[in-house]
Design a protein around this ligand. Structure first.
Ligand SMILES: NC(=O)C1=CN([C@@H]2O[C@H](COP(=O)(O)OP(=O)(O)OC[C@H]3O[C@@H](n4cnc5c(N)ncnc54)[C@H](O)[C@@H]3O)[C@@H](O)[C@H]2O)C=CC1
Ligand SMILES: O=C([O-])CC(=O)C(=O)O
Length: 331
């Protein structure tokens, strides 16, 4: 059995963490042979609730759980961690856009970037879930200059999973038979869910999704807006934001980053190098492949005029959000 790795989950007393912690501690993320030492960070007033979560983790009797450290101190929480799930942040309520959370949440990611910089492993893999996730990830990386920018990512995997599920239902196949759907840009209502390069297994053979769906108008309209607005639809129904599916997506993202994406593309918010004419130096969601703990943007895809407009609109929003975040972080 390998030596345990330290993994931090922030917002550990919150609703996403309540689903995520079991997945991490049971081996679904880092593999069935990798023990984990869980660091649980939340704010001081939540320490009582967190105590209950710690009790429940013990009561799960999980063989891979090597230990648990609950704390309200970021430097203690981030000490020597190999992986960080940055979940802790305010969620939006009905009628809000995710960027409305910026002024409340972005300072958390400045402070946590500084703490990671001081005490985390320099190869730590950071997944930002707290919204607005892309811009929070950008800020976190900025305040952790001793850690490579490539190690900071934002979660658009939930959007990818939603898109894959919508397409599978439309075509009438199991969800795992659809692959390579792409989420471009921001985890916001400007994101572009793009099925144009995705493929589906039908009757044992692979076929392009656009041919299998055979409804271009659907792929350009209903499909796009359903995925863009799915978070809001869940909030309208549940009066709370997605948690079960967000935790599953966070597990998928980190698992693929650590263990490899195989023959599938996955979407991750990563620091943009200007690929596909996107703005540089914002955290933009691209199709990537992962192996040996590194991600690589999928190259050589054709961008239609329709897609171009969408990639530009979501890029523009990210540039604006970045500026707003830098302004908030000045003081
Ligand atoms: N990227 C994505 O796809 C998704 C992102 N989200 C976002 O994830 C975040 C968390 O959502 P939930 O778990 O539902 O919220 P929640 O309110 O249930 O839990 C958040 C937890 O974070 C804690 N927290 C607040 N400030 C903190 C700090 N400075 N350090 C550590 N912990 C802190 C709170 O005390 C609370 O326990 C929200 O911002 C939400 O919008 C949610 C779903 C999907
Ligand atoms: O919509 C929200 O505020 C929560 C979230 O990010 C999602 O469900 O995608």
């Amino acid at each position: 059995m390998a030596a345990p790795i330290k993994v931090v989950v922030t917002g550990a007393a919150g609703q996403i963490a309540y689903s995520l912690l079991y997945q991490v501690a049971s081996g679904a993320v880092f593999g069935p042979d990798q023990p984990v030492y869980l660091h649980l960070l939340d704010i001081a007033p939540m320490m009582g609730v967190l105590e209950g979560v710690v009790m429940e983790l013990a009561d799960c009797a999980l063989p891979l759980l090597a230990g648990v450290l609950p704390t309200a101190n970021p430097e203690e929480a981030f000490k020597d961690v190999a992986a960080a799930f940055l979940v802790g942040a305010m969620p939006r309520r009905e009628g809000m856009e995710r960027k409305d959370l910026l002024s409340a949440n972005v300072r958390i990611f400045k402070e946590q970037g500084q703490a990671l910089d001081k005490v985390a492993r320099k190869d730590v893999k950071v997944l930002v879930v707290g919204n607005p996730a892309n811009t929070n990830a950008f800020i976190c990386a900025k305040y952790a200059p001793s850690i490579p920018k490539e190690n900071f990512t934002a979660m658009t995997r939930l959007d990818q999973n939603r898109a894959q599920s919508q397409l599978a239902a439309k075509i009438g196949v199991p969800v795992q038979d659809v692959k390579n759907v792409i989420i471009w840009g921001n985890h916001s209502s400007t994101q572009f869910p793009d099925a144009s390069n995705s493929v589906v297994k039908v009757g044992g053979a692979e076929k392009p999704v656009p041919a299998a769906v055979n409804d271009d108008n659907y792929l350009k309209t209903t499909f796009v807006s359903t995925v863009q607005k799915r978070g809001a639809a869940v909030i309208a129904a549940r009066k709370m934001s997605s948690a079960l599916s967000a935790a599953k997506a966070a597990s998928d993202h980190m698992r693929d980053w650590f263990l490899g994406s195989g023959d599938r593309w996955v979407s991750m918010g990563v620091i943009s190098d200007g690929s596909y004419g996107t703005p540089r130096d914002v955290v933009y969601s691209f199709p990537v492949t992962t192996s040996n703990g590194k991600w690589k943007i999928v190259e050589g895809l054709t961008i239609s005029d329709f897609a171009r407009e969408k990639l530009d609109a979501t890029g523009k929003e990210l540039v604006e959000e970045k500026q707003d975040a830098l302004d908030v972080c000045k003081d």
